[in-house]
Design a protein around this ligand. Sequence first.
Ligand code: ADP
Ligand code: MG
Length: 382
Amino acid sequence: SSKGDATGIKALDAGSVHKISSGQVVVDLQTAVKELVENSLDAGATNIEVRFKEYGLESFEVVDNGSGIPPEDYDSIALKHHTSKLSSFTDLESVATFGFRGEALSSLCALAESVSVTTATAAEAPAGSVIEFERTGKAKSKKGKAARQRGTTVTVSGLFKPLPVRRKELERNAKREFGKALTLLHAYALVPCAKENKGVRLSVTNQTSGGKKTVQLRTDGTPSTRASVSAIWGPKVLENLVELDLTFVVEVEAAVLRRLGKTQDDNESSNEVKVRGLISKFAVGCGRNGTDRQFCFVNGRPCSPSKVQKAFNEVYRSFNATQSPFIIADFILPTSSCDINVSPDKRTILLHSENNLVQALRTALEEKYAPSRATYDINASQ
Ligand code: ADP
Ligand code: MG
């Protein structure tokens, strides 16, 4: 199923549930917030506001202008394995939405003091409904009314309060956990650009108990990677980045071809990989340990492929021994060349023939940077 053709929230059949290696999708503050933002993107939102209270300890809320949820779906929103995005396992090969497990909202209900959803589709707006949930994910029968333009607001209060040990842990590391959530939101601020999609306006605020509200991040919705980088880190950062635009063919291993039921021949053109984004110039990286400025995507899905990141770092270090590169890299490859269904939080993406891909990437990067070494011209790194 693809974006926007939602046909109601339905239960996945038992076989599909088993195949979608289910597990904990919400393990910390950042995964909780990520799931809500992904739901907004899946709903086609072009404006997303993330509002933290007290670094997320008190609550966090994601407000979007997406499709909204139709009234007939209210009772199944937060039931385990209920999703409007995937109806059978065969869809999974080509899934275009971020979500497909129907687990995020049910997990949040179990893990937080309270979860509420305020939503309106175009048909209901400007009169929205407020739905609250039991710990089990069952919608409370009494639904409220609230003014709401088309879209959805999900509010999660008291994350981990039902689990005192995890709650203590979160309270102890509140600012660090908040920082991690913010870094992940940076990746989502870059997603639509990476996908060459329409722009999404993303804003993130935090209100402390003293009542002070600060803007943490704000993009203006221009669908360009450069514009987002400038909005997040400032225009000066752009001066030290160059276009990343690589194309190479990855030889698919025989074992993978057999598993996919293909031969090397009918795969010739389908194993081309494109890498699009921005990367540090040869001489000006972003410090020694700039890993909070390294963003990889596979077909627009944020992920952290460690071997790929290592390749970027090692090639860059061979040209500049003292710095790490700033990286924004979207790997555009056939959906049959990767598997997003490896870990519940979908951060781990299995790349078929990963070693060959990494080797081809190394070669392409070395070719890109080699002219800079020859001339020692930092601007020649294209
Ligand atoms: P999944 O995203 O895997 O389907 P979730 O638990 O995250 O599972 O969400 C359950 C369902 O609730 C979604 O399939 C979708 O129909 C609906 N939903 C959740 N958040 C939103 C939103 N912001 N806008 C529209 N629909 C939403
Ligand atoms: Mg989801």
